[in-house]
Design a protein around this ligand. Structure first.
Ligand code: THU
Length: 128
């Protein structure tokens, strides 16, 4: 498992290189480890109509879901800043839809990271 977590963290750092962020110049990479131990990566994709921008976490999640993987164990997030950046509230709600027991790895570097429960970052979520 430790090896997979290391791979997940490294792939989130690498994924930010694929960010399309000409407006904010803020690169985000996300990487999801599914229940079946597959890794899906994503990067933020911006648009001239700013509100159409899609966060890296949702890009990774949608890639996994549309490949038939709906259950996630871990999501790692890395950004172009050196500080720890948490997923935004919209992404937390989106991720809760699929895996409310998800663990979120906030990555500072391949050696410096912290693991949180999705539930502690979004204690209350919208349910229909
Ligand atoms: N962004 C993400 O990719 N994930 C988040 O959780 C928050 C923000 C992106 C969206 C936009 O491209 C840039 O970061 C600045 O908001």
């Amino acid at each position: 498992m430790d090896e997979l977590i290391n791979e997940l963290i490294k792939s989130s750092i690498k994924a930010k290189n694929k960010s399309y962020s000409p407006y904010s110049r803020f690169k985000v990479g996300a990487s999801i480890l599914t229940k079946s131990n597959k890794i899906f990566t994503g990067a933020n994709v911006e648009c001239a109509s700013y509100s159409l921008t899609i966060c890296a976490e949702r890009v990774a999640a949608v890639k996994a879901i549309s490949s038939g993987e709906k259950k996630f164990k871990y999501l790692a997030i890395a950004t172009s800043r050196t500080q720890s950046d948490f997923p935004c509230g919209a992404c937390l709600q989106f991720l809760t839809e699929f895996s409310s027991n998800l663990k979120i790895i906030v990555v500072k570097s391949s050696r410096e990271y912290k693991i949180y429960e999705l539930k502690e970052l979004l204690p209350k979520n919208f349910i229909l």
